[in-house]
Design a protein around this ligand. Sequence first.
Ligand code: BG6
Length: 298
Amino acid sequence: MENIADLQSRFGSENVNFFAAAGDLAAVKLTNDFGEASLTLYGAHVMSYTPAGAVPVLWMSEKSMFTPGEPIRGGIPVCWPWFGADPAGKFGGHGYARVSFWHMVSAARTPAGETTVTLTLCEKDVDAKFAPQPFKLELTVTLGAALTVALKIYNTGKNDLAYSGALHSYFNVADASAIKVLGLEDCEYSDKVINVEGQQAGAIVIDREIDRVYRRTSGIVKVEDPVFARTIRIAKSGSTSTVVWNPWIEKSKRMPDFGDEEYHTMVCVEAANAAAAADDRVLVPGAMAELRQMISLS
Ligand code: BG6
């Protein structure tokens, strides 16, 4: 683990405080008038986001492992360089970025009183078993009126860099069966549960396992939560696919790092570059792309 005191002396401030999170992972807490957020350097994983005076917006499983090599269950996993199953069929789902140790690059206060931190990862930081191509990722998290998470992807190599990915946000809801997910009406989707292609009719209601990749989606998605009496607003750029996931009863039981009853209080709405929606990308040498998600309450 990177040394907490050293990180604090290099990047810390009144608004930026480093600490040892569960599993002894180096983590940083951002606090300002807008609220608070925390992330761990392991996976550049946003673990929490709570606007001032609000109930937490992000969900974290009580069963999550915080063990190097294992993904964290909740918050915002950075899925890269593949979303879903490894296209080469060798490794687990959602890529190696979420199970690698990132480095702090900077922490700053913006003129608007926001707090912003940037972390980076390149091929040298990744377990050699993945044989990564040259790349550089930069994840910038800004705590302001919204929580903005921006993933910049650079091709630093000499060959094309093909990837898929997602900002796999888990949202905290009072009762998943009471929410409505709005903004994907009429969109076409691939349903991974029953393996069919479909078209969304009206709002999404969670009354069974849902695992869908929606295509041609770049607009705002809203999670309307009548019990918490609030709406989570999710805007994005650099993505034309949106994944909506809730494991429901049986899949929750199959996942060791997910409580049997926890599906009641979460829903994932992911800003993706999903191959299933022909939204995977290729960067030529020297090119950069950005995937961004902006989360706020309304
Ligand atoms: C979603 C996928 O994005 O992530 C689901 O669509 C998957 O199929 C879920 O089950 C969780 O994935 P993981 O690898 O974190 O267990």
